[in-house]
Design a protein around this ligand. Structure first.
Ligand SMILES: *[C@@H]1O[C@H](CO)[C@@H](O)[C@H](O)[C@H]1NC(C)=O
Ligand SMILES: *[C@@H]1O[C@H](CO)[C@@H](O)[C@H](O)[C@H]1NC(C)=O
Length: 207
């Protein structure tokens, strides 16, 4: 019975998300702002790219923060893991920084979706929910790399054709702290445990 309910629920969630991104003008569902971990998971699943800051190893800014844009995916639409996966090459300038020091900061904002524009929220307003992840970028292998591939290639189909001589590999953002700006009153923090336990989806009484 339980497994039947779970299957039915997974199907409903699949249908809910299969409709894809909402058409312009339709309301976007976002978790209540006081459910901070869920908001963080929601933002992480909605965004297809992130700003990633490394500590530069390149002259003339060696030792300084260096922010760059990366395609990310925490799972195919409707299958959020919360883990931002990336498809990287060691030829890339920020990846060269990560080889020396893997610590990084990754930020994502609903300003990257239609939500903030539709609601009339400026990107710097806390109402335009955004998150900052602290942690490090690490290579993934085996079954986790298989999931990363599904997560990334489903949302960034052109990756399939990226030049193979660049020696692409799958990586994840290994987060140690989540910072959330989703309402007035200053930044809120979420631990990795709270973040991974939270559901980004609408409650469907799935037990
Ligand atoms: C994945 O494999 C590469 C190459 O075999 C290795 O250098 C790396 O340490 C592995 N990473 C993990 C997380 O096991
Ligand atoms: C990943 O992050 C956790 C903390 O969330 C830390 O304990 C662990 O050492 C990190 N793993 C790597 C390979 O850096």
């Amino acid at each position: 019975m339980i497994s039947f309910l779970r299957a039915a629920c997974a199907l409903l969630l699949g249908l809910f998300w299969a409709s894809g991104s909402p058409s312009p003008g339709s309301p976007v569902w976002i978790p209540p702002h006081d459910q901070v971990a869920r908001v963080a998971r929601f933002v992480a699943h909605q965004c297809d790219w992130a700003s990633v800051a490394t500590i530069s190893t390149h002259k003339p800014v060696a030792g300084q923060p260096f922010s760059n844009a990366f395609s990310v995916s925490d799972g195919p639409r409707g299958s959020s893991s919360g883990v931002p996966y990336m498809y990287l090459t060691r030829m890339e300038i920020s990846v060269q920084d990560l080889e020396v020091n893997p610590v990084a900061s990754l930020s994502m904002s609903l300003a990257q979706t239609d939500y903030c524009r539709q609601q009339g929220f400026d990107p710097q307003s806390p109402l335009c929910a955004h998150v900052i992840l602290s942690g490090s970028v690490i290579e993934v292998n085996g079954t986790e790399a298989e999931f990363a591939k599904k997560a990334l290639f489903s949302r960034h189909p052109e990756m399939i054709d990226w030049p193979s001589d660049h020696n692409w590999f799958f990586a994840k953002f290994n987060l140690t702290q989540v910072w959330v700006l989703d309402y007035f009153g200053g930044v809120k923090t979420v631990t990795p445990e709270e973040y991974f336990q939270a559901s980004p989806y609408k409650h469907m009484h799935c037990g």
